[in-house]
Design a protein around this ligand. Structure first.
Ligand SMILES: NC(=O)c1ccc[n+]([C@@H]2O[C@H](COP(=O)([O-])OP(=O)(O)OC[C@H]3O[C@@H](n4cnc5c(N)ncnc54)[C@H](OP(=O)(O)O)[C@@H]3O)[C@@H](O)[C@H]2O)c1
Length: 316
């Protein structure tokens, strides 16, 4: 039971499988200048959560509380915060990677990481959106400057990033080609994908060509192979930022472009995402929502890499 100074959080003392996660009672954070304390109502889960749980990733050794997605209600604001007041409903992404800590009853966010939650979606939906939507927005709009009529190939289009990227690309007026196993093709068509590829049966590099932009959510061989489906001057944006330099040399050799990126917390991007939600052009699909205490179960499902849409933790 939390007291006024404490809160429940999902923490771990060692690296490992989902079983290392446990619910603990920790001190409730306080907002410092230009920070907002959010009473978390929902927090999305992302592959980076399972990767950090297992390997420590950017964070090193535990203990730590994971979670970058947040949707909730402003509990308190630090000195200088003019944009929000207690009671406001907000959502956003905590700075990646070191701002983590949303898988808890309360989280502190820099004011610029947040924006107001659109009233047309609930907290579970809003908590699912930030990290994947910012990733897709920064990849397709900020980096690739996707234009109406352009052809975009989205790998793993039924995944967390892919299913919002497909909707953002459609909202930009692009022609969207998406890969997924065959059982997910109806889902892809439902979110507006124009052309589907069953990656288990068909080699995408043989099936598509003259692509303007590839969103590479898989990395490795897929990054290199994706270069071959581009039109001259086309761009592969890979969100698996660690990889060999071969990608750049091969891109240059083929007369195309490649870049690797990490998502960056940003209010302008969150506002653009909130606008798309408000216009009915972007909705997350919730694969499953779990109460905070069942975070380990959610991680185990996420670890499979087979979910459609998003996993979310909800906090009562
Ligand atoms: N750089 C960054 O800032 C950044 C940001 C966000 C995510 N990421 C990374 O991007 C990757 C994707 O993230 P996510 O949230 O979208 O993951 P996710 O939701 O776990 O992706 C699951 C989806 O991947 C599909 N999939 C698996 N293998 C596939 C393949 N070979 N071809 C096509 N689809 C395949 C699955 O569909 P099937 O069941 O049909 O196989 C499933 O629907 C992760 O590695 C994540 O860490 C990086």
């Amino acid at each position: 039971m939390s007291t006024v100074n404490t809160m429940r959080a999902i923490s771990q003392d060692v690296l490992g499988g989902p079983e290392v996660l446990k619910q603990v009672e920790v001190e409730r954070p306080r907002p410092r200048p230009n920070q907002v304390l959010v009473r978390v109502r929902a927090a999305g889960l992302n592959p980076t959560d399972w990767k950090h749980r297992a390997t420590g990733g950017f964070l090193g050794e535990p203990p730590f509380v994971l979670g970058w997605d947040v949707s909730g209600v402003v509990e308190a604001v630090g000195i200088g915060v003019a944009t929000f007041k207690p009671g406001d409903e907000v959502f956003g992404m905590l700075p990646y990677p070191f701002g983590h800590g949303a898988h808890a009853e309360y989280a502190v966010a820099p004011v610029r990481a947040l924006t107001h939650k659109p009233s047309v979606i609930d907290h579970t939906q809003a908590g699912a959106l930030p990290l994947v939507s910012l990733t897709a927005w920064q990849a397709l709009v900020e980096n690739a400057d996707l234009q109406p009529g352009q052809r975009v190939l989205i790998h793993a289009a039924a995944g967390g990033v892919g299913h919002v990227a497909a909707q953002i690309a459609k909202a930009r007026g692009a022609y969207v080609i998406g890969t997924a196993s065959a059982g997910k093709h109806d889902f892809l068509r439902g979110i507006g994908v124009d052309e589907t590829i069953d990656y288990r049966e068909t080699d995408f590099a043989e099936a598509v060509k003259d692509v303007d932009v590839v969103l590479d959510t898989l990395g490795g061989e897929t990054s290199l192979k994706s270069l071959r489906v581009l039109r001259p001057g086309g761009l592969v944006v890979s969100i698996l930022p660690v990889g060999s330099e071969d990608l750049y040399t091969e891109a240059e050799r083929l007369g195309v472009r490649a870049l690797r990126m990490l998502v960056d917390a940003d209010r302008a991007g969150m506002r653009a995402i909130a606008d798309l939600v408000g216009q009915g052009k972007l909705r997350p699909t919730i694969a499953r929502a779990f109460p905070l205490a069942d975070a380990a179960e959610a991680h185990a499902l996420g670890d499979t890499g087979r979910t459609t849409g998003k996993l979310v933790l909800t906090v009562d």
